[in-house]
Ligand binder design. Structure first.
Ligand SMILES: [Ca+2]
Ligand SMILES: [Ca+2]
Ligand SMILES: [Ca+2]
Length: 136
């Protein structure tokens, strides 16, 4: 009598545990895969959204507010070579336009199907991650 009652309690708690784990897995927000880069919530990141995020990040990174980012302010987001490639006048700093030009280049590299948007799968690729580093 005692034993069967304990078995019932045990099986109920196991069922509850399975139920709870299933619920938390399905409640995971799909949006998290877009790194908060999709303010219009259409499930993709377009170039305008990418540039808006990049522009906001540029302003945050520009600690001395001189309108350009130097190597220190970029904090590893671009390698020395990438910085040089993005810096046509080679003064070691990027203006916002130069920064956004890199963003556009990386956006296109991450968008092989050329549909004008990046979905979560494209953002997860190596090219997509290189873009995200300039936006977050
Ligand atoms: Ca969007
Ligand atoms: Ca600066
Ligand atoms: Ca695409």
């Amino acid at each position: 009598m005692m034993k069967s009652r304990r078995e019932v309690v045990l099986s109920v708690s196991v069922a509850l545990a399975i139920c709870a784990s299933g619920a938390s897995a399905s409640a995971k927000p799909r949006r998290s895969t877009l790194y908060g880069l999709d303010p219009d919530n259409d499930g993709t990141v377009d170039l305008e959204e990418a540039k808006r995020a990049a522009s906001a990040l540029f302003d945050r990174l520009d600690r001395d507010h001189d309108g350009t980012l130097d190597r220190r302010e970029l904090r590893g987001r671009l390698s020395a070579k990438e910085l040089d490639d993005a810096d046509p006048d080679h003064d070691g700093t990027l203006t916002k336009n130069e920064y956004l030009a890199v963003v556009e280049k990386r956006f296109n590299a991450a968008n092989p199907d050329r549909d004008g948007t990046l979905d979560s799968k494209e953002l997860r690729t190596k090219a997509g991650q290189a873009l995200v580093r300039l936006l977050k």
